[in-house]
Unconditional design. Structure first.
Length: 60
């Protein structure tokens, strides 16, 4: 069973991993649609955690 914190960490890891490995995001052509969706899901988990921003905001 995953805690909210685990899901939050996982969402962030997936998003950050994408930024490093995606040709568009890691290159000069900017953040792709997938990265925006990943960031959105991370941010919504962050808000759902609702503990006043203990973790850094996701700004890509
Ligand atoms: Zn990307």
């Amino acid at each position: 069973m995953q805690s909210d914190q685990d899901r939050l960490e996982h969402a962030r890891a997936v998003w950050e991993g994408h930024l490093r490995t995606c040709r568009s995001c890691a290159g000069s052509s900017g953040t792709c649609q997938s990265a925006k969706l990943l960031r959105r899901s991370y941010n919504s988990l962050l808000r759902a955690a609702g503990d006043g921003g203990r973790l850094p905001e996701a700004n890509a």
